[in-house]
Design a protein around this ligand. Structure first.
Ligand SMILES: *Cc1c(COP(=O)(O)O)cnc(C)c1O
Length: 481
């Protein structure tokens, strides 16, 4: 399998070449040259693999369609090592939980539990695999990598738990000092592994992101100190997420004649883009429903055809903070497919146009209608009040406590239910990560998994630093032998 850039660059690298890279050389995002197609017998075989051998084997089957530069037995071993019940909490790895009231014959909505990994958010599903892939590929090349990142919460902790103790990898993770939830701070700062470095920047998230950009733009420094990233545009992360759409589908259906729909709490469009890839491969997905919070860049696009990036000042801080985005960094992948894979056209709207005007408008383009008709997309938005009400409703009707992001998904899913089609909402985090809003909704603390008992009191390792690029660079230099 070869990969191409959404902006039409001539290079056609293989999987391991793009694994350690971020953007394509022309600023585009990587996608496979074509989506492998699964016919009825291939889908039946995958269902059997899932039923008889479980998630890790299913992951191997899906990944091997896209990766041909890692020997089969190695890829198999990497999948087995990653998706274990010890790391993900259950033998199913991603069990379906029906939202079913006593008087209902059939559940209308299922939650797919993706948040039982080490940091209690779905990002572990991809990041844990990425950690093992990085370690494998760096060893094979005899190289090392220093991952520099900026986080306001979920991504940073998922990256650190995935990379801790891994050979050849160091993580330097910046975060805004004092601005993450106490639970999130404790999760990250209590890691004492030698290869994990927490840098708390005196500033806001954008200051952290600016520092990361400034370091990455210093090409001499970047090369000398082998600076890399693990951000959500990484194709390997997206690919890992394709697998749980298959696992969700196989659990909600008995035969491959049935369809399901998914609702996905969305920010950077990575998670739901993986659903798009699964659907393009032939997984019988009816609708893919994009759920946003008050930062509704994506809902606006699917309603109107206008994609309007928000400024920092227009991006609201909400109670589903992992979806507080001003632009959706993976969206270019979907638009590329929407534009019938026209790289020049994608370049025209995402390159200069977007950075100068701050928006593009496809409402008059014949392709826009295809988002709903051919590609099956719908959308909706949710607000703080909706979130609180949904958390209360799900607790009262089904006895289940859900997190704020998942609540946005359930709220929007309820608006898109269709007869006879099960709706699967992806559960993107556990409620303990966003305890304050759960207390507001239900008046009590969410359950805390036993392994996180008392983490706020553990010793912490974090370097507080002024928002100064040179200080961060000096810190990196000092900690790379
Ligand atoms: C990252 C995240 C999201 C958004 O996912 P995208 O792939 O960026 O669309 C939603 N919910 C939670 C809890 C997250 O951590």
């Amino acid at each position: 399998m070869r990969y191409l850039s959404t902006r039409g660059h001539a290079d056609r690298p293989q999987f391991c070449d793009i694994l350690l890279e971020g953007l394509a050389p022309d600023g585009g995002l990587y996608l496979p040259e074509s989506y492998p197609q699964l016919d009825a017998s291939a889908l039946t075989r995958l269902r059997q693999v899932w039923q008889s051998q479980g998630y890790a084997a299913l992951a191997f089957e899906v990944l091997s369609l896209y990766i041909d530069d890692i020997p089969t037995s190695d890829l198999q071993a990497l999948c087995r090592k990653t998706y274990t019940p010890e790391v993900f909490g259950t033998p199913e790895i991603v069990p379906l939980k029906p939202l079913q009231a006593a008087e209902q014959a059939q559940p209308k909505i299922y939650l797919e539990a993706l948040s039982n990994g080490p940091t209690l958010a779905f990002k572990d599903m991809a990041m844990q695999l990425l950690g093992n892939l990085f370690e494998y590929e760096l060893a094979r090349r005899g190289e090392t990598l220093n991952i520099l990142g900026a986080t306001s919460g979920d991504t940073g902790s998922a990256a650190e738990y995935a990379m801790r103790g891994k050979k050849g990898v160091r993580v330097f993770m910046t975060s805004p000092n004092g601005r993450m939830s106490p639970f999130q701070q404790a999760q990250m700062f209590s890691l004492l592994d030698e290869n994990i470095h927490n840098i708390a920047i005196e500033g806001v998230f954008d200051d952290c992101q600016d520092i990361v950009k400034a370091v990455s733009n210093d090409l001499v420094f970047k090369r000398q100190y082998k600076i890399g990233t693990v951000n959500s545009i990484n194709w390997a992360r997206l690919l890992a997420q394709v697998v749980y759409y298959f696992a969700g589908y196989f659990q909600a259906t008995q035969t491959n004649d049935q369809k399901v729909s998914f609702t996905v709490p969305s920010g950077n469009f990575g998670n739901v883009c993986a659903g798009h890839v699964a659907r393009m491969m032939g997984l019988p997905i009816d609708r893919l429903v994009v759920a946003t919070n008050e930062n509704d860049v994506l809902d606006e696009f699917f309603r109107t055809g206008v994609y309007r990036v928000r400024g920092t000042a227009d991006t609201q801080e909400t109670s589903s903070p992992s979806m507080d985005i001003s632009k959706a960094s993976n969206f270019e992948r979907f638009v590329f497919d929407l534009l019938a894979r026209d790289g020049a056209k994608t370049e025209a709207i995402f390159g200069q146009g977007l950075s100068q005007q701050g928006f593009f408008d496809l409402s008059g383009d014949a392709c826009f209608a295809k988002a709903a008709t051919v590609f099956g997309f719908d959308s909706g938005r949710s607000t703080h009040n909706d979130r609180i009400k949904t958390i209360q409703q799900v607790f009262e009707c089904y006895g289940m406590v859900i997190d704020t992001h998942t609540a946005d998904g359930v709220k929007v899913a309820q608006e898109h239910l269709q007869k006879q089609v099960p709706m699967i909402v992806l559960e993107t985090a556990l409620p303990i990560k966003f305890a304050a809003t759960i207390v507001e909704a239900l008046g009590c603390q969410p359950e805390r998994p036993p392994q996180f008992e008392g983490i706020e009191a553990l010793p912490k390792r974090v370097q507080v630093m002024k928002a100064d690029v040179d200080l961060v660079k000096a810190y990196i230099v000092k900690h790379c032998d």
